[in-house]
Design a protein around this ligand. Structure first.
Ligand code: SF4
Length: 314
């Protein structure tokens, strides 16, 4: 994640809880699990674009990036990540209602239906509660989702918001040809035209010394919006439902230019690793949430054969 330097391969500096683990908070950016049911071949692909999640993966551990982007190894769904997906869906759908009806009870009433939809669209999440025949753990988990939704109302007032966009897919190509993409939870546009980018996190806010890392994703989105619309967003806003905090940052053009340079350096490091096949593991405390320890040399495992051609001399 972004730190004070612009090096390409910095380890993330974040205080991590299970709910903050890399895949827990960005439902649209979860690692591939196309083969989680054991059906259909996984196809190895060379990286073609960069999202905030995958950029963070590479900064955390290049080998993790390889497993997710190139090998596309399946990952098990987690309760925290799935709860994050559910809560995001509820907050998005609440804005379908007229402003005056966007209340906490209304939002909580959306949870069962959105949980049904999630199980239909991602059948693998059903296995989370297979060993819970009485439904006690599921009830507790749904209760935690309710608490997160309820806390949102202490941080923002949806009756006074009219988002310009929700769950907005964005994609922009830099002059270098690097394609950036991602999904922004919410975009608010003031009558004056000022843009605010909002992201919901179901984990806890980082300590102040780690805030810069948390803002990396937001600056990434701001860069994409700037490239797409030639407008520097007025405000970046992270809403932490786990701890009830709101972190804001008002970027200037120099911030976006800095993050662009950082991403170009990161992409060059990814390109070199792709061509050489040299993907180093970088063990940190985040390994505790990595699904790939069985394939990781740091844990006595062996990566699968590298599926892409290696350039001679690399
Ligand atoms: S276990 Fe740790 S070092 Fe190994 S691939 Fe996962 S994140 Fe990287």
């Amino acid at each position: 994640m972004e730190t004070s330097t612009e090096g390409a391969a910095e380890a993330p500096s974040s205080e991590v809880t299970p709910a903050d683990a890399p895949v827990a908070v960005e439902p649209a950016e979860v690692a591939p699990s196309v083969d989680s049911a054991g059906t259909g071949p996984r196809v190895a692909i060379a990286p073609a674009s960069l999202s905030p999640s995958r950029a963070s993966d590479f900064m955390q551990c290049p080998l993790l990036y390889r497993f997710r982007v190139i090998d596309r190894l399946p990952e098990k769904p987690s309760e925290a990540a799935t709860r994050g997906t559910l809560v995001h869906a509820v907050l998005e759908r609440l804005f379908d209602a007229p402003a005056a009806e966007r209340t906490a009870p209304r939002a909580k009433s959306l949870i069962p239906g959105q949980w049904d939809r999630l199980r239909e669209s991602r059948p693998e999440v059903v296995e989370l509660f297979e060993d819970d025949p009485q439904g006690e753990r599921l009830a507790r988990w749904l209760g935690e989702a309710e608490q997160l939704v309820e806390r949102w109302f202490t941080l923002e007032d949806p009756t006074r918001l009219e988002p310009a966009e929700r769950e907005l897919f964005v994609q922009a190509e830099l002059d270098s040809g690097l394609m950036l993409r991602g999904i922004i939870d919410r975009v608010d546009v003031a009558p004056t035209g000022e843009v605010r980018i909002v992201d919901y996190k179901t984990g806890k806010a980082p300590r102040p010394e780690y805030a810069e890392g948390a803002l990396f994703q937001m600056k990434f989105y701001a860069l994409v919006v700037w490239r797409l619309k030639n407008v520097v967003p007025r405000r970046l806003q992270l809403v932490y439902l786990g701890s009830g905090d709101v972190l804001t940052y008002d970027p200037v053009l120099a911030d976006l230019e800095r993050v662009e340079r950082k991403l170009l350096a990161l992409w060059e490091a990814i390109r070199q690793a792709t061509e050489s096949g040299d993907w180093r593991p970088r063990p940190t405390k985040l390994c505790g949430w990595c699904d790939h320890q069985a394939h990781c040399p740091e844990f006595g495992g062996t990566p699968p054969p590298y599926p892409l051609p290696v350039k001679a001399g690399e």
